[in-house]
Design a protein around this ligand. Structure first.
Ligand code: ASP
Length: 330
């Protein structure tokens, strides 16, 4: 059942600028809410951006891409697919979309290369997989899933990750795949406005299982070999059925040191905070005090979302089995 209050809140969120709260069932309600059949939240990066500096047409392009990714994930969940399948499907869609800083469209290192990081975690068994610093795996999120399911390890990096990906039959590409002059030029101005663009997703499936995943090209002009938070379990990605799923975006060095994704889960587990209060505590208080910029998208075990950023914008979308749906940037 959708409560009238939450519908009103959703409407406000859809049209209000800078809303950091989430739509969906009232996060404070603990009385009669038994959880959603399924839910999905995603992000396409956070950063300093304003409606004045981003032309309507560009905003529409982003919103259309976010909405299509959301639909792909919701279709998977509606059909009874797992949260893992939904997260991977959403992230693959965004990796293949040149607007985002993941897969095709990844940012460049200081020596003009693309080095990609990705991770995924399932909340029912705390299993996880990640790849870091890969240069030729077309869809790093597929490699992260394969590491989780087939390698016996949690993270593989660089050439070792590529050899593994090839061995399990994933598509490798010439590193030039991640760059085309024409696309680079046409996107350069957009990227100047929005320097991030990491993608991430958290889903809750009909079986009640959470999954979270994140994929990125990292930060522009990063040093060769630099690895951010996105492939690090507990920093950029975390999922635990007892608490929540989290995917982060922002300055990875802070998200690693403040173990942001796990900290949100820990506040829920040990202090019994609701997901939105926990996310706000970490992102709007701890990270702000530290000087770290960025945001998170989360779902609790009942499918209630939190989308919180300490930046002026975060590409984000949420949908659930009750038909609630939102896409927002500012
Ligand atoms: N967190 C990513 C990194 O530091 C970048 C981002 O989310 O914008 O690699």
């Amino acid at each position: 059942m959708i409560r009238p209050l939450s519908m009103l809140f959703l409407a406000v969120c859809l049209f209000a600028s800078g809303c950091q709260s989430a739509p969906g069932p009232d996060n404070d309600a603990t009385d009669d809410f038994n959880g959603l059949a399924y839910a999905l939240v995603l992000h396409g990066g956070a950063g300093a951006m304003s409606p004045d500096q981003m032309p309507e047409a560009v905003q529409e392009r982003y919103k259309n891409a976010l909405d299509s990714a959301l639909q792909a994930g919701l279709d998977t969940l509606e059909g009874g697919g797992s949260s893992l399948d939904a997260v991977v499907r959403v992230i693959m869609y965004l990796e293949d979309h040149p607007l985002f800083n993941a897969g095709k469209g990844a940012v460049f290192t200081s020596d003009g290369k693309n080095e990609l990081d990705a991770s995924v975690m399932t909340g029912h068994d705390l299993n996880a997989g990640a790849v870091a610093g890969v240069t030729d795996i077309k869809n790093p999120i597929l490699a992260a899933r394969a590491v989780m399911e087939q390698s016996g390890h949690v993270m593989l990096a660089g050439r070792g990750a590529s050899l593994f990906a090839e061995a399990v039959g994933l598509e490798l590409v010439d590193p030039a795949y991640f760059f085309t002059e024409r696309r680079f030029e046409s996107l350069r101005r957009i990227r100047e406005m929005e320097k991030h663009g990491t993608v991430g997703c958290v889903a809750l499936d009909r079986a009640g299982n959470l999954c979270a995943g994140t994929s990125t090209g990292g930060i522009s002009n990063k040093r060769y070999g630099r690895v951010g938070d996105s492939p690090i379990i507990g920093a950029g990605t975390y999922a635990n059925n007892r608490t929540c799923g989290v995917s982060a975006t922002g300055q990875g060095e802070y998200f690693i040191r403040w173990t942001v994704a796990h900290d949100i889960s820990a506040l829920m587990e040990y202090k019994e905070m609701d997901v939105e209060s926990a996310a706000k505590k970490v992102v709007l208080e701890k990270l702000v005090e530290a000087g770290g910029e960025g945001g998170v998208v989360c779902l609790d075990a009942l499918g209630r979302p939190a989308m919180v950023t300490n930046t002026s914008g975060m590409f984000r979308a949420y949908g659930n089995s009750e038909g609630e749906r939102m896409v927002a940037i500012f």
